[in-house]
Each structure stands twice: as structure tokens, then as C-alpha cells.
Write a protein that binds this ligand. Structure first.
Ligand code: AMP
Ligand code: ZN
Length: 471
């Protein structure tokens, strides 16, 4: 038993989280396809994977967490057909598919580090390093009679897995009637999917391997079954991914894993909703998307982005806008300002306050209830504005809460007052107003700055900015 409740896509209800065994809790998070940079929607999925891990650790559990790197065989239509995304990336960039994968894997890991998702807490297995394990599962499925061979590969016969599509509540008849004309006519069922695809006779692929069925490459879904089972066992605790994975990828993972092992695959499935741009879903394949570096170029701290993501519950959609991101940036910097010394009156060794029992309980109540980070942040602000709590106690409570939220508040630097772009702009406007001797405007701006948490002193050397403790 744990204190945590999570929404399980399998049952569509909030359930008590009960780990399979005392000791290590296993989590598998579907990772990125490394043919391009991660976009900020993808990163939302990993920020929440990290919140999940931290919450379990905060509750006293030990966690083994995998994020796989899909560096092979992921086709452009996310199904069985289309071009290979990595080979396409290789053509686009004039590199080999392996170089493309290596480059974007590193870029992904760098993004995680910037978002305070510490690499050392995770295992990042790569699909290309686990081809044998994938072949072994396909062999197992073949022996048990779940597979068949057609012109372009070895397929999984979904009609043989009785509960196929249960989690996704798939409407198989509906899928049949909506099938595209391009669908592979040789497939026995519309939902059947490739386990192993053959290299075409007239084509030399960059990524291909020998197998009992001939030269080719694995289907996309099989890597996640092979790697999760290898590192976490046939039956493990939690599997995460974006909501787009429910109807196909995770449905197929369940079918092939449970058919191969004869055991239940995963106890809890957690799905993170989408981050959309104004004109809809953010997509990597178009190449036109926002990535973390785009935000950094606009002087947004990556951890302000993390804060922004945490202000919406993971099961709700986020409609991204720079206005709301900037508001989050300001709020986050207010938190940093608090940590470096509101009114500069926090004692030097600021770790020795007492954790507020009341606010810790309020925080636990919401974070343990399906990771409600939005409410958890509301608890933080309520506490910071509570005059009954001493500053050093607020600080110590905040540090404990931040072990879950991962906003890296402990490393806020005392020597720098963290000014938002907005405040910098106001200071500049006030400078101009003063030079023009427009005192009315200058005072108006001073008030605006005061409401944002800073006092302005006019000195011989110009404006001096000090914290005033307005939160
Ligand atoms: P991919 O690299 O496309 O395999 O996606 C990596 C992860 O990001 C998967 O868990 C996806 O479900 C998730 N994902 C993809 N697009 C979005 C989006 N717009 N918002 C949130 N998560 C997404
Ligand atoms: Zn996966």
C-alpha cells in the first residue's frame, strides 16, 4: 500500500496505488523517437513522468524508472506503412540514420537535464541495443501461434488475443468501416500490426538486422515490450505515455506482451494529455514546432516552463500561449525571490526552519491524489501568504514540497535578484520617463513594480531594485 492514488486508464477510475512488491516500483515511460528535437508537448509527458517518480520517492518508495529511446523503425504514419522516420531524418540532414539518432538523443537528454529531470535517476534503453530481445519475443509469439507472415513482414493476429483493444475501448467494427483504401489488404484483421518488417529486395536500408524471418527491422511496438520486460519483469507497476498512445501503441504493447508471457503486463496505465498550440496538436513530423531552446531564446528559464506545465493537471489539455507562459515565468521568479530572502530577513542557514504540519498535509492531500500539481502550487502560494507562518518555516516547507515539484528552488542564488523580463522592461521605461522629467509616469511605473514584489530606490547610480516581499 502507498498513500498515492492514481487514475488508471485500464479502469477509467482513480485507484489506490499498490506496488506489486515491497522494494522497487517499476515504471516504464514511452520515450521519444529521435529523428528530430523534442517539442514542448513531448517534454510535458516527461515532466509528468518525473513528477510521478518524485511523488513515489517522496512517499518512501524506491523506484526503477525507464525512458526508452526509439532510435529505429518508427514509420511516419505511426502504423505499419509509410517511410522510416530516421531514414527520412538522415536524408533531410545529410547524415547517417545512426548519426541522426545519436544527435537527437543527446539533445533530448540535454533538455531533460535543463528541466531538472535528472538523467542519473533513469535508465534510457535504446531500441537498437535490444534487437535480440525483440526477436526473442516475436519467436515466442510465433511458437504460441499469434503470428502470420505476409509479403512485407510478420504480423500479430489481434483476433487471437481475446481482450484486444479493451483499455482503449476500441470499436473494431467502426475501425473496419473507416479503414483507408491504402490499408494492407493482406492483413487478416484491420487492427493487426507488424512485429517484424522485411527489408525490400531492391533497397539497402541503413538500419536492418538479420532475423529468423529474414533481413529487416522490428515493428515499433515490440521494442517497448522487450525492454520493459527485460528491465522490470513480465509484470510491472506503472506504464506512462501521451494519450495518443492509448488506441494503438499501448493497445498493441498489451496484446503482444500478455500473449507472449501469459501474464498481466502492467497494473497502472497513466496517460498525459496533450499540449496544443492555437492551431491544434503540436507535431514533430511537420518540423515546425516549439522546442525548449525556442523558449530559452525568448529568455524563458526552462524551469519557468516546468512551473507552467505543473499549473495544469496532467489529464487536462494545455492550450499553449506565450502570455500564460510569461505569467508562469513571473510567478516562478517570485518563488525564487522568496527563496533568496524576502525582505532579506531569512537567516543565513535557511534549512533549519520547521516544516509546517498543516501545509504539508494540504500539499500531500493534493499531490497524492492523482498528482494534482496545480493544486499543490496553490497550496504553496497560500502558505507563502500566511502571516502565521515564520519565513524560515515557509522556506523549509517549500524545500520539502519542491522535492516533488522539482523546481530546483534550493539552488536559487542569493546574490542575484531574479528579475522577470517584464520588470526589466518597466525599469527601462521608468528610466526614460525620468530622463524626460515625466514624474507622474515615473511614479506610476514605480507602483506597478512595487506590486510585482520590488521597491525602486533612486540613487546617484540610478535605480536600485530591492525585494519588498509583495508576493
Ligand atoms: P514521440 O517522440 O512522438 O514518440 O512522442 C514522445 C512522447 O510525447 C509520447 O509519450 C507521446 O505520447 C507524447 N506526445 C506527443 N505529442 C504530444 C503533445 N502535443 N503533448 C503532449 N504529449 C505529446
Ligand atoms: Zn512505447
Amino acid at each position: 500500500m502507498s498513500d498515492i492514488k492514481i487514475y488508471n486508464t485500464l479502469s477509467r477510475t482513480i485507484e489506490d496505488f499498490i506496488p506489486i512488491k515491497k522494494g522497487v516500483t517499476g515504471i516504464y515511460s514511452c520515450g521519444p523517437t529521435v529523428y528530430h528535437y523534442a517539442h514542448i508537448g513531448n517534454l510535458r509527458a516527461y515532466i509528468y513522468a518525473d513528477i510521478l517518480r518524485r511523488t513515489l520517492v517522496y512517499d518512501g518508495l524506491e523506484v526503477k524508472h525507464l525512458i526508452n529511446i526509439t532510435d529505429v523503425g518508427h514509420l511516419t504514419d505511426d502504423g505499419n506503412d509509410g517511410e522510416d522516420k530516421l531514414e527520412k531524418g538522415a536524408i533531410r540532414e545529410g547524415k547517417t540514420a545512426y548519426e541522426v539518432a545519436e544527435f537527437y538523443t543527446k539533445a533530448f537528454l540535454d533538455d531533460l537535464e535543463k528541466l531538472n529531470i535528472p538523467q542519473k535517476e533513469y535508465i534510457f534503453p535504446r531500441a537498437t541495443d535490444h534487437i535480440n530481445e525483440q526477436i526473442e519475443i516475436i519467436k515466442e509469439l510465433e511458437e504460441k501461434g499469434y503470428t502470420y507472415k505476409i509479403n512485407d513482414g510478420i504480423y500479430f493476429d489481434t483476433s487471437k488475443f481475446k481482450s484486444y483493444g479493451k483499455m482503449a475501448k476500441l470499436d473494431i467494427e467502426g475501425l473496419k468501416s473507416g479503414a483507408r483504401v491504402t490499408e494492407n489488404k493482406e492483413k487478416r484483421n484491420i487492427t493487426d500490426f507488424a512485429l517484424w518488417k522485411f527489408s525490400k529486395a531492391d533497397e539497402k536500408r541503413q538500419m536492418e538486422w538479420n532475423s529468423p524471418w529474414g533481413k529487416g527491422f522490428p515493428g515499433w511496438h515490440i521494442e517497448c515490450s522487450a525492454m520493459s520486460i527485460k528491465y522490470l519483469g513480465k509484470h510491472f507497476d506503472i506504464h506512462t505515455g501521451g494519450i495518443d498512445h492509448i488506441p494503438v501503441h499501448h493497445t498493441n504493447e498489451i496484446a503482444q506482451s500478455e500473449s507472449a508471457t501469459g501474464e498481466k503486463f502492467v497494473n497502472y496505465w497513466m496517460h498525459i494529455n496533450f499540449l496544443n498550440e492555437k492551431d491544434g496538436k503540436m507535431s514533430k513530423s511537420t518540423g515546425d514546432f516549439l522546442r525548449l531552446q525556442t523558449l530559452i531564446d525568448k529568455k524563458i528559464n526552462p524551469l519557468s516552463f516546468r512551473y507552467y506545465i505543473l499549473t495544469t493537471h496532467y489529464r487536462k489539455e494545455v492550450n499553449f500561449s506565450f502570455e500564460s507562459l510569461n505569467a508562469a515565468d513571473e510567478a516562478y521568479k517570485k518563488l525564487l525571490n522568496f527563496c533568496i530572502g524576502k525582505n532579506n530577513n531569512l537567516p543565513a542557514g535557511r534549512h533549519d526552519g520547521n516544516v509546517s504540519v498543516k501545509y504539508k498535509k494540504d500539499f500531500n492531500d493534493v499531490i497524492f491524489y492523482d498528482l494534482n500539481t496545480a493544486e499543490a502550487i496553490a497550496v504553496i502560494w497560500k502558505m507563502l501568504k500566511d502571516d502565521q507562518i515564520k519565513d524560515e518555516d515557509k522556506y523549509s516547507t517549500l524545500m520539502e514540497m519542491d522535492s516533488v515539484l522539482g523546481l530546483d528552488l534550493a539552488n536559487a542564488k542569493k546574490e542575484e535578484i531574479v528579475l522577470t523580463e517584464k520588470i526589466k522592461e518597466l525599469i527601462h521605461k521608468r528610466e526614460v520617463a525620468r530622463n524626460e522629467k515625466n514624474w507622474a509616469l515615473s511614479d506610476e511605473i514605480r507602483n506597478e513594480i512595487r506590486n510585482l514584489g520590488f521597491d525602486v530606490k533612486d540613487t546617484e547610480n540610478g535605480q536600485e531594485i530591492v525585494l519588498n516581499g509583495n508576493l
